[in-house]
Design a protein around this ligand. Structure first.
Ligand code: BGC
Length: 755
């Protein structure tokens, strides 16, 4: 029996946070029993394949390796029965019977898939984000998973990068709040509970700054930008208690993150006090060979010495560390330290107490895809949508109208879940056609596809790696278009569902042209030419460039990839059962030439004209204004909100004091609604150039038609701080400007002085 083997009573488990410095006696006793090979085995994370591939390589001889004590964890295995088989191999057939960590990428829901993270972040609703993560944990743990490769908190300011879909956008303040909410949602307050899982914050670090938006590309960034703009969300996740960290594929200051001692030890452990374990990304250890840092033994030594504890799929640790120990390149202590961290995580998650804790075969039926979860997914989706434009109040649509539902994404089940939903079930997704019928069963709805997502078979082939996402129709584009126009002509209103197929964003899905594909642009133009009111429902995993579509007399509802309840949630919003309240968490550029683009830019020494005109010898472009098409924080509602009476509770504060801003917000339109009240701060003079303004607070509030509310947003002393050129976190005396309003261009402002 397992317990006899270990001879250790792991009783009285309590979660004490990843940052606790205490040694765990039971882990220490176990370490004393382990051979060096067994310790190295714990550093090895494998994937046996068979599920949805998340990388190019799968592991071999997994069963034999588990029995030999050569595996610390697995991912890509799910379901209580299957996980039990693996867990029993480890527990009953390896010498010390150490249970396995069972990982998975539960990025936006497990089976109940909710909106892609970029969409979820647009809700600006931290309690909902936490609940979403909690639901994901409940479902994943019911299926035997105890470790989640999420949250992905990489700041991204280049929408060419497809993985922007997986994160919370461009802003470090909002990104930090979301990181915290997700970690708390996954881990709960007791990690040994059967419905919580270990979080793994990724990709550490700076992965979102890949040059030119090309995935896996080089990152080159100075420390000041790193500390002020890119590192805060990782730090927030650690402070929230994240037990593990995943390294990124890119280099940081010339050393790949997976072998970067400054990053993994000096910063993460020594400066931030992280006491959990660090895992590589998929073969990122081995990839250091291609990066140019030596052979597998050399890069494995480098990574272990740098502070990497677990090697995902690469088997560099497994195959070289013993030799490196014999040759004196690493010490037994290096190996023991890494092993200890992995074992501590297992202990914290309760696996030593009961290795089958997450393997109750009754749970999947009871806890997965419940009615309650599907309702939450629908709610989350509706709250992630951003109303970009609503010409002549086209939306909401009255249910007695004759609706022409057109577009390649209108009835495309395979494109509803979005990227990184390997645990979801495409067949369960509700399409927009189905959603409209569910929500308004008596409406007249005529559907036709109208266009292919793209007419280019070569492009379609690249996108269709996980199955047909772009299906090129047998009909000619002209025939499809004509049919669409005919259907449109018989309707009162057109709903056109267009945009990106799911795999047009996500990992290894960078694009240099982020506009709507030409086949669909043609369709949009033809539909507008019918003279009927057109509501565009726009799907994508990133900001798109839509300058032409934005000029058309249409409504545009941005819905990202909404998840399993896509169609129902979209219908809820189109028919006005829910008034959209989402706000962009990444700036939408006018064209690719403006990228990278984000709201907290520096003014420079030669600020361009505010009105967007051109001025020689100023920082601007000859062809487009500096301002984006749509700013960070932007999003409309079916109603309108007015801001007035901005007041600060003090004009002057001292170091260590906070300050509160109060503003009146009034719903001046015809619908009840919700508004995200946003506060931005400009540090007017300081020792390093300040950003134009930075998000430092927000509140999402409901407001009934005609209602006014006073909203107070408080700034804590830390909200005035930044990392100076010595990388000290300081605030400096001087003037500050506070802006409060509906997006990052908020105009109402007040000033105060820090003494
Ligand atoms: C991704 C990670 C993911 C891992 C395991 C990698 O390709 O970059 O985000 O967690 O695969 O699936």
């Amino acid at each position: 029996m397992y317990c006899k083997k270990l001879l250790i009573a792991f009783m009285g488990l309590a979660f004490f946070g990843a940052n606790a410095q205490k040694r765990i006696p039971q882990v220490e006793q176990l370490l004393e029993k382990m051979t060096i090979e067994e310790k190295i085995g714990q550093l090895n994370l494998l994937t046996p394949g068979g599920g949805v591939a998340t990388g190019a390589v799968v592991s071999e001889n997994v069963e034999a390796k588990i029995k030999a004590g050569e595996v610390g964890g697995l991912f890509g295995v799910a379901g209580p029965e299957k996980v039990r088989v693996a867990q029993e191999l480890a527990v009953n057939q390896s010498r010390l019977g150490i249970p396995l960590l069972i990982g998975s990428d539960v990025i936006h829901g497990y089976r109940t898939v909710y909106p892609i993270p970029l969409g979820l972040s647009s809700s600006w609703d931290m309690e909902l984000v936490r609940k979403a993560a909690q639901m994901a944990a409940k479902e994943a743990t019911a299926d035997g998973i105890n470790w989640n490769f999420s949250p992905m908190v990489d700041i991204a300011r280049d929408p060419r990068w497809g993985r922007m879909a997986e994160g919370a956008g461009e802003d470090p303040y909002l990104g930090s709040k979301i990181a915290e909410a997700m970690v708390k949602g996954y881990q709960g307050s007791d990690l040994s509970a059967a419905n919580t899982m270990l979080a793994c914050v990724k990709h550490f670090a700076l992965y979102g700054a890949s040059q030119a938006g090309r995935d896996y590309n080089t990152v080159d960034m100075g420390k000041i930008k790193m500390f002020n703009q890119y590192l805060p969300p990782y730090h927030a996740a650690i402070d929230a208690g994240a037990v593990s960290v995943m390294t990124s594929f890119n280099d940081v200051d010339g050393v790949p993150a997976t072998g970067n001692k400054w990053l993994l030890t000096d910063l993460l452990r020594d400066r931030w006090g992280f006491d959990g374990f660090v895992v590589s990304d998929y073969t990122s250890l081995n990839e250091m060979v291609a990066h140019g840092l030596g052979d597998l033994q050399a890069v494995s030594t480098l990574a272990l010495k740098a502070g990497l504890d677990m090697d995902m799929v690469g088997e560099g640790f497994l195959t070289t560390l013993k030799q490196s120990l014999d040759e004196g390149k690493v010490t037994e202590e290096d190996i023991t330290n890494a092993c200890r961290r992995v074992l501590e995580a297992k202990y914290i998650s309760g696996l030593f107490d009961d290795p089958y804790r997450y393997l109750d075969t009754k749970r999947p039926e009871r806890d997965i895809l419940t009615q309650e979860h599907r309702e939450l997914a629908r709610k989350l989706a509706a709250r992630s949508f951003v109303l970009l434009k609503n010409e002549k109040g086209i939306l909401p649509i009255r249910t007695n109208k004759k609706i022409a539902l057109i577009g390649p994404l209108a009835h495309s089940r395979e494109n509803m879940l979005g990227t990184w939903a390997p645990t979801g079930d495409l067949s369960l997704a509700v399409t927009i056609l189905e959603g409209l019928k569910n929500v308004a069963p008596n409406s007249s709805i005529k559907y036709t596809k109208g266009a292919n997502i793209s007419d280019d078979p070569g492009f379609a082939k690249r996108v269709n790696v996980f199955g047909p996402r772009i299906a090129i129709d047998e009909r000619t584009p002209e025939d499809m278009l004509q049919e669409a126009v005919d259907v449109a002509n018989t309707s009162d209103v057109i709903v056109a569902v267009v945009g990106e197929a799911t795999e047009m964003s996500g990992e290894s899905s960078s694009r240099t042209d982020i506009s709507i594909p030409e086949s669909q642009k043609k369709l949009i133009r033809a539909l507008v030419e019918t003279g009927k009111p057109v509501a565009l429902v726009l799907m994508s995993g990133r900001p798109l460039t839509i300058p032409e579509e934005f000029e058309l007399p249409v409504a545009i509802l941005q819905v990202w990839h909404p998840g399993v309840e896509a169609g129902n949630a979209i219908a809820d919003v189109l028919f006005g059962n829910y008034n959209p309240s989402g706000k962009l968490t990444a700036t939408w550029p006018r064209n690719v030439g403006q990228i990278p683009i984000y709201h907290s830019v520096k003014t420079t020494g030669r600020p361009g004209p505010k009105d967007g005109t051109f001025e020689k010898f100023k920082t601007n472009y000859l062809d487009v204004p500096n301002a984006p098409l749509l700013p960070f924080g932007y999003g409309l509602s079916y109603t309108t909100f007015e801001y007035s009476n901005l007041k600060l509770n003090k004009n002057e504060i001292r170091q260590g004091e906070g300050i509160a801003a109060k503003v009146t917000v009034t719903n001046t339109g015809n619908y009840d609604g919700e508004e995200v009240v946003q506060l931005y701060l400009r540090d007017v003079v300081r020792s390093i150039t300040p950003p134009r303004r930075e998000l430092k607070g927000f509140h999402k509030i409901p407001l009934k038609k005609g209602e006014s509310k006073e909203v107070t947003i408080t700034l804590a002393p830390n909200d005035l701080k930044f990392y100076n050129s010595q990388l000290e976190f300081v605030s400096e005396a001087g003037k500050f400007e506070v802006f409060v309003g509906t997006n990052s261009d908020a105009q109402l402002s007040e000033t105060f002085t820090l003494k």
